[in-house]
Write a protein that binds this ligand. Structure first.
Ligand SMILES: Cc1cc2nc3c(=O)[nH]c(=O)nc-3n(C[C@H](O)[C@H](O)[C@H](O)COP(=O)(O)OP(=O)(O)OC[C@H]3O[C@@H](n4cnc5c(N)ncnc54)[C@H](O)[C@@H]3O)c2cc1C
Length: 378
């Protein structure tokens, strides 16, 4: 038992050292900062240049098979890379959707021609992708989506609306799920959308933190060619479920930034003479939860789990709720200074609210854990 674990630890340590050395030496494009999984419009030029450096060094699309230019990285190696990138305060890649969601489903469901046409641009960072799933009446209950795709003589005609589409305003391609039939799941089909086509209107949404990372997207008579279908007609639900969960591989890596943020919160409270026993207690409790997150994550990735593993529901729940509570604690530490708009700690509180919604809400994660792990009734 001990020897293989030891070997994988050694391999992990060697990979970590290699990544850390590269990240510390790599030049930083002007304006690069750790913008998370999705860049703002202004972040895209630096994000693209950074992604190209990662691709040239073999660190873009680590988890992709080598035949597509990846490195066949294990979950553990992906996790190490995510943690080292967080430590170095740089994004892991241009954005999440292309490398983590679209790429793997194109490999699995795409035709050889689609793979050849679409994968190189994702790997190089030339093509930024968005995920066109959620609609005003279809979020957690994605299968109730209503955007319609109708077949006509030379392809498909798309009409409908998507919402909360991260990076749609800067995306070159979108992965769309649309309704092609009446059956709830079997009536869904996946499409690759060239976002420059006529018939697409993208309207940025202003978030309460002042940024505009996500958008409304309207399709009015959008014409797509036959070869835009990804997988078979009616296979959209399988494509959609295959993408969900992929982004969770890096969840525990957030612990690195959280420890730092917690230290900043404690300093802010001390500077304002607000470090009373009550606040101290909240800081310590959160510190313990961040340790638990990191430890749970290390244990989970050590077993190289499938992205659909319920371990990731636990991690999603832990990381998003700690993120949110850290923001709330920051405002308590700042006191009246929290009213100063734009302060980084206030920003953290505002962004924290989104964490428990995106990628599956906390309530949905609890449902999954209750039903799949604890065997409780629906
Ligand atoms: C920052 C951010 C980025 C996003 N980016 C994208 C993107 O790029 N592409 C995309 O397609 N979508 C994106 N989303 C949308 C996201 O997937 C949805 O917001 C999420 O699935 C929830 O759907 P909803 O907002 O429609 O809420 P609803 O599903 O309407 O839920 C409303 C409330 O009801 C609760 N609820 C719903 N169903 C149940 C249930 N069965 N049991 C218990 N409680 C339930 C929810 O937990 C929630 O509290 C993004 C969201 C955010 C916040």
């Amino acid at each position: 038992m001990g020897a293989p674990g030891q070997r994988s630890n050694d391999a992990g340590a060697a990979f970590r050292a290699e990544v850390r050395a590269w990240l510390s030496a790599a030049p930083r494009p002007d304006g690069l900062h750790d913008y998370g999984g999705t860049p703002e419009v202004a972040d895209v030029p630096a994000g693209r240049r950074w992604h190209r450096l990662l691709a040239d060094a073999g660190y873009a699309c680590l988890h992709w098979p080598s035949e597509y230019g990846g490195r066949d990285a294990s979950v553990r190696e992906q996790a190490i890379f995510a943690e080292e990138a967080a430590r170095a305060r740089v994004p892991r890649q241009l954005n999440i959707v292309g490398p983590d969601l679209a790429g793997p489903v194109i490999m699995r469901f795409g035709t050889p021609a689609q793979r050849e046409r679409l994968l190189p641009g994702i790997r190089s960072g030339d093509h930024l992708w968005c995920q066109l799933f959620s609609e005003p009446e279809a979020g957690s209950d994605l299968a109730s989506l209503r955007t319609k795709a109708r077949q006509d003589t030379d392809g498909w005609l798309i009409d409908g609306q998507k919402v909360w589409t991260s990076a749609a305003a800067v995306a070159d391609y979108g992965l769309l799920i649309a309704r092609t039939g009446d059956e709830r799941h079997k009536g869904l089909t996946a499409f690759v959308v060239d976002m420059s086509l006529p018939g697409i209107t993208v309207r940025p949404l202003r978030q309460m933190d002042g940024e505009s990372k996500f958008n409304e997207v309207f399709f009015t008579g959008l014409r797509l060619p036959v070869e835009a279908v990804l997988g078979a007609v009616g296979q959209g639900w399988s494509v959609a479920t295959a993408t969900l969960g992929q982004e969770r591989l890096s969840l525990g890596a957030q612990a690195v930034g959280m420890f730092e943020a917690l230290r900043t919160v404690a300093d802010a409270a001390r500077d304002r003479d607000r470090l009373d026993p009550l606040l101290r207690d909240r800081i310590i409790r959160l510190w313990a939860r961040i340790w638990l997150l990191r430890d749970t994550w290390l244990r989970a990735v050590g077993t190289d789990p499938e992205p659909s593993s319920s371990a990731f529901s636990v991690l999603k729940l832990m990381s998003s709720e700690i993120y949110r509570d850290l923001g709330d604690l920051a405002t308590a530490a700042l006191g009246v200074d929290a009213l100063v708009a734009g302060a980084p700690l206030v920003q953290r509180m505002l962004v924290g609210r989104a964490q428990t919604i995106l990628g599956g809400t906390s309530e949905i994660q609890r449902n999954i854990l209750a039903e799949r792990v604890l065997g409780l009734p629906r």
